[in-house]
Write a protein that binds this ligand. Sequence first.
Ligand SMILES: [Zn+2]
Length: 199
Amino acid sequence: MADSLCQLGRLFGQRQWCLGTSGNFSARLDDSQFLITQSGKDKSVLTPDDLMICDLNGIPRNSALRPSAETALHLALYRHDPGISAVLHTHSVCATLLSRTADSSVAFSGYEMQKAMTGVGSHEDTSVLPVFDNTQDMRALADQLHAYLVAETGTTCGFLVRGHGLYAWGRSLAEARRHLEGLEFLLSCRWQEKLAGML
Ligand SMILES: [Zn+2]
C-alpha cells in the first residue's frame, strides 16, 4: 500500500497538483489505522519514508513524526464511513481559482467525465461538489465536513476548500484516484469555460 500511495503522490506531484510540499494523501490499513503523508514532504519525489501511521484518533504510531496539518479532515472521512479506503488532496491552480469564485457548491451537468464518479450513470445527471471556506482551524473544518456528510444523500466523493484545493476519496485507492482525476478534469473544464466567456 505504501508503494502505491507514493506512486500516486509522485504522479500528482509531477502534474503540478501539489507544488511546494502542498497536498496530502492517505490510505486505510485496517479498522484502526491508516497511512498518511508526513508534513512538509515534496509529493513529486514521495517515498515510503515520507509516510507514517496514525490511528483513528489521529495519534501517530511514531511520536517523533508529524503528520500532515490536515490529518483531521482525513480522520473525519475515515470515521464517517468505514468503507472509505483512501483520501487524496491536491492544490491545483484550477481547483484553487474556481473555489474562489464559487458559492457554497459547484454543480456539473452535461459532462461525460461525471461518470468517473461512482453512482453517476449519465452525463445528464447533476453532480454537486460542496465548497467550504478555508480556515487554519482544521478541527472546525472537520466538524463542518462531518455535518455535511451526515446530512447529504451519500453520493458525494469530494469537496473544495475555498482558495485552497480539492479533496476526493474512494472505497479503494484506485477509486479515490478516479474521483480525484475526474473532479480535477471537471474543474479545469469549468475554469477554462469561464475564461472563454462561455458561462
Ligand atoms: Zn491543503
